[in-house]
Design a protein around this ligand. Sequence first.
Ligand code: KG4
Ligand code: ZN
Length: 345
Amino acid sequence: MLILGVESSCDETGLALYDTQQGLLAHALYSQVAMHEEYGGVVPELASRDHIRRAIPLLEQVLAESKVELSTIDAIAYTQGPGLAGALLVGASVACGLGLALDKPVLGVHHLEGHLLSPLLTSNPPAFPFVSLLVSGGHTQLMRVDGVGQYTLLGETVDDAAGEAFDKSAKLLGLGYPGGPAISRLAEFGDPGVYKLPRPMLHSKDLNFSFSGLKTAVLTVVKQQITNICEQDKANVARAFVDAIVDVLTAKCVTALKQTGLKRLVIAGGVGANSQLRAALNAAAQKRHFRVFYPELQFCTDNGAMIAFAGAMRLQLNPDAAKRDYAFNVRPRWPLNELSGLASS
Ligand code: KG4
Ligand code: ZN
């Protein structure tokens, strides 16, 4: 089964071809980061317009790279939500327009399910069941994953997502957008312990997170230094921020593994690309005898491959999931536990 995947939920346009026999045949991505950088964040209208410009050239690129004839695909999977409404509409209309023209069925995929399953896009995927930490720009969730479509929410953020905290704190430090990679790089030059920032909900008995207080603590430090915060001080604050957020994420993962009795931890989403988080999780895994799996770096942040893959997994479970119904609607807000067959604790 050959699936075309289309991702356009935020500021990356991603197209990919996934074959259930041969694996990922090709994927192409265009990131709008440079365009949004000067505004300090994603401008939804600009994002939508740019998706329109990029989608078809990226499709042509994956077809050329894979040497696949468009007429040979079996179905088209597209990100139906959650995300920016206008941006989602571009991917949905491209997918449904192609489906109608080619007489191929289409399938709306949940963006977070794409992230959640992206660590399986390797030659040596983790076996089910596992605990998944989904850390993206919009979400921070711990999930028990028993199989495709079998997700139990264990805990989530009560306010900001981890990626959002990275981005907002980076902005407070005058770093560019997206802030995650920038603050992470700067933290490498910071001295640990110069600033001590809070670790919100570290000792709460549940598996929930809260990151807005951490961002406020960064703001307080920055305000105190407003007239002359030097580069080294910025690096020290970045270091304190990264140390705090990594401590909380790592501790909650360890607790989730203890509570579920599982020995496999899978990381997904943009913050999963963070090197300090990976180092801390790897150290915890060695000490506590569990295994930790990450998506390839290129599949941590948004991409079309994870959507093609999630679509393929869904179709393997239920071949009727894709339909020749091209009257699309998008779901900008779409809780993962609303997917059929999902339970939340
Ligand atoms: O998964 P993703 O591409 O988009 C969403 O679905 O939200 O995640 C984007 C988020 C942004 O907040 C970005 O700052 C963060 O992931 N991110 C990072 C790193 N790379 C991306 N955060 C920390 N360290 C990184 N290396
Ligand atoms: Zn994402």
